[in-house]
Design a protein around this ligand. Structure first.
Ligand SMILES: NC(=O)C1=CN([C@@H]2O[C@H](COP(=O)(O)OP(=O)(O)OC[C@H]3O[C@@H](n4cnc5c(N)ncnc54)[C@H](OP(=O)(O)O)[C@@H]3O)[C@@H](O)[C@H]2O)C=CC1
Ligand SMILES: CC(=O)C(=O)O
Ligand SMILES: [Mg+2]
Length: 658
């Protein structure tokens, strides 16, 4: 029985027993050769060793064990095993400290956990488990004999089998559960499936199915994913962050669950959204899974159904508001910076608008923050509109916009379109805003309503008679572009679409609300009611539609096109703040990815099957803007940013274990 006192061995001020005896006991052969302990966040987590915040990077890599040089790092042949410096190629970026991602398939890497994982624990570690794909040699070397049936499968065959299984499920929720179980079991295989079958699986791990799954999350809860920070943790948020097993976090997606898609307040069960968004950060944007942290802030819920549900997983109280709410958020933001530094990206997701704008304004000057609903959506919609000009004609400033919904998405998009118009015309932004009209739940936003409007609506209160309905607004404003961001389904009625069609040869209609049940209209309705003339895209995907013998494939106007590449661009440039010009840069990069072939099919977005290439281009444009604005800290600037972005992207093929 061996136990090590980490405090003595490493001069750490905490004194905790690492409790490694259990795996040393039956396996003494390995102790001298393979026992390697990293005082990393996992060790901290499992042993409640919390650092002082002062340790140097190098301390994490101190090792115990006689043959330390053979296991110090899973480096490739010819590299110095004693080189402990962070991997300079991507410092401040997507860090590949252990060389795993740059190793080719036939180069060896070591499966790191707290110790070198082997046997049963290796099969239970989703980061390194390969299931039946462990080779004969690996089965011998890692004590896996007998723990697996004899067959050895390739990753491709595993993928084929899993896709076959997933396709058998008729209930969408079953597909979601199957994917989540795979993510918990074998992370690389999960991402391989998602990347290779992105168009098929995106609706499963993201909108629309994720919404339904998490509405029911209380009853399908298996293993927690992500970090829960509730009012109970007030005063201890930094400690809670330290409980997370990974330390080198680059992207955090955080929600308080108050406006989950168009489904409203899901309280603590909003966690599906940060988890889903971060899966896309990895699959679509190539940010390493271990660098992603999903967070749900639980301040209660006003959802009566959840409060009465005996299986509800969150705090059973009404939402905290005012000072209590802002104090917890402030503690979180301060702790994030303290624990992960200046360059960690915090993406605010699905907050209600009464908090979202304020949080963005407050932390936009002190942290690297990005609101996906306000800014990401704006960037993706501007890209779609710019691309659509090829089909509908005219320049951006020549068009007139009408929104149904004047919240985060609506006013965020409106503002970015106005900004781009002003850049093109050199006119003041106030002039550009006059081309854009918004309708909220009380009707058209007009100047006579100004005093009672929320601050983010005021810039859109133009001179006009009050107008109560969307249909009436379409008739009097005569927009060329109609955008739905209300969260209310079926609001683009036949009359509304017909009115758009009678005013425009090719009306551009975007039904952004998620999930599918909240879409302002379906693709079928848009094409039928416009007699095939609408250029249509929606927040959640629709299958192609046949109308009068012609097949219409609509695009997906969803911020998923933007945030993964946008975040990657910030990470690889070491950006310290987000700037509106970066949103324009992302938008431009996305619009230029639409091919002639896509246009011929009436598409204003490129297919998701090309998303990794698209994300690399977005990342490069965003990073270039960060350098231009002096907001990048990763110096010198790489010459070819697209290539550099690609080289930083996580790939999910299995690595070979020595
Ligand atoms: N496709 C994408 O990428 C994205 C889609 N979305 C979707 O957009 C929707 C809205 O999100 P968000 O802007 O954040 O939400 P908000 O709550 O901030 O805004 C909703 C807006 O819709 C208005 N509204 C609500 N009901 C009606 C109605 N019956 N008629 C007219 N207006 C109405 C509200 O009016 P009032 O202010 O008067 O209450 C408010 O202005 C959601 O469904 C979300 O899923 C969001 C982000 C990205
Ligand atoms: C897509 C997204 O961010 C939303 O619907 O909220
Ligand atoms: Mg959102």
């Amino acid at each position: 029985m061996i136990s090590l006192n980490i405090a003595n061995l490493m001069g750490h001020r905490c004194s905790k027993n690492l409790g490694i005896s259990s795996w040393c006991d039956g396996d003494k052969r390995k102790i001298s050769e393979k026992v390697v302990l990293r005082v990393n966040s996992k060790v901290r987590q499992h042993n409640n060793i919390h650092n002082t915040g002062k340790e140097e990077e190098g301390e994490e890599k101190k090792v115990i064990g006689r043959k330390m040089e053979s296991v110090l790092k899973p480096l490739r042949d010819g590299e110095s095993v004693l080189d402990l410096s962070p991997r300079s190629t991507v410092s401040g970026g997507v860090e590949d400290v252990y060389g795993e991602d740059r190793a080719t398939e036939d180069q060896l890497v070591t499966p790191w956990t707290i110790s070198v994982a082997s046997g049963w624990s290796l099969l239970r570690d989703p980061q390194y488990n390969k299931g039946l794909a462990f080779s004969e040699k690996e089965r011998d070397a890692h004590y896996l004999r007998g723990l697996l049936p004899p067959t050895v499968l390739t990753q491709l065959l595993q993928e084929k089998k899993l896709m076959h299984n997933i396709r058998q499920y008729k209930v969408p929720l079953q597909k979601y559960v199957a994917m989540m179980e795979l993510q918990e079991r074998n992370e690389r295989l999960f991402y391989k499936l998602l990347i290779d079958n992105v168009e098929e699986l995106l609706p499963v791990v993201y909108t629309p199915i994720v919404g339904e799954a998490w509405q029911k999350y209380g009853s399908i809860f298996r293993r927690p994913q992500g970090l829960y920070i509730s009012l109970k943790e007030k005063g201890k948020v930094l400690e809670v962050l330290k409980n997370w097993p990974e330390r080198n976090i680059q992207v955090i997606v955080v929600t308080d669950g108050e406006r989950i898609l168009g489904l409203g307040d899901l309280g603590c069960q909003g966690m599906g959204i940060p988890v889903g968004k971060l899966a896309l950060y990895t699959a679509l944007g190539g940010v390493r899974p271990s660098a992603c942290l999903p967070v749900t802030i639980d301040v209660g819920t006003n959802n009566e159904t959840l409060l009465k549900d005996e299986f509800y997983i969150g705090l059973r109280q009404k939402r905290a508001t005012g000072q209590e709410y802002y104090d917890l958020l402030d503690e979180f933001m301060t702790a994030v910076k303290k624990n992960y530094g200046e360059k960690v990206l915090v993406q605010f997701e699905d907050f209600a608008n009464h908090n979202a704008f304020e949080l963005l304004a407050k932390y936009g000057t002190t942290h690297l923050v990005f609101n996906d609903d306000i800014q990401g959506t704006a960037s993706v919609v501007l890209a779609g509109v710019v691309a659509a000009l090829k089909l509908i004609g005219g320049t951006l400033p020549e068009h007139k916009f009408l929104f149904l919904g004047a919240g985060e998405a609506g006013t965020g998009i409106a503002e970015l379109i106005a900004l781009e118009m002003s850049k093109q015309t050199k006119a003041p932004i106030e002039e550009s805003r006059k081309k854009i009209w918004l309708v909220d739940s009380k009707g058209l936003i007009v100047s006579s309503r100004k005093n009672s409007l929320q601050h983010f609506k005021k810039p859109w209160a133009h001179e006009h008679e009050p107008v109560n309905s969307l249909l009436e607004a379409v008739k009097v404003i005569k927009p060329t572009v109609l955008i739905g961001s209300s969260g209310v389904g079926k609001t683009f009625t036949k009359e509304v679409v017909e009115a758009m069609t009678s005013n425009n040869d090719k009306p551009l209609i975007l039904a952004l609300s998620n999930p599918t049940s909240q879409s302002e209209c379906t693709a079928e309705e848009a094409y039928q009611w416009s007699e095939g003339r609408a250029i249509f895209a929606s927040g959640s995907p629709f299958d192609p539609v046949e109308y009068k013998g012609k097949v219409y494939a609509s695009g997906q106007a969803n911020n998923a096109y933007i945030f993964p590449g946008f975040g990657l661009g910030l990470v690889i440039s070491g950006a310290i703040r987000v700037h509106d010009d970066m949103l324009l840069a992302a938008s431009e990069a996305l619009a230029t990815q639409v091919s002639e072939e896509n246009y011929k099919n009436g598409l204003i977005y490129p297919p998701f099957s090309n998303i990794r290439k698209i994300s690399a281009n977005i990342a490069a444009n965003v990073a270039a803007k960060a350098y231009e604005l002096g907001l990048a800290t990763r110096l010198p600037r790489p010459q070819d940013l697209v290539k550099y972005a690609e080289s930083c992207m996580y790939t999910p093929v299995y690595r070979n274990y020595r």
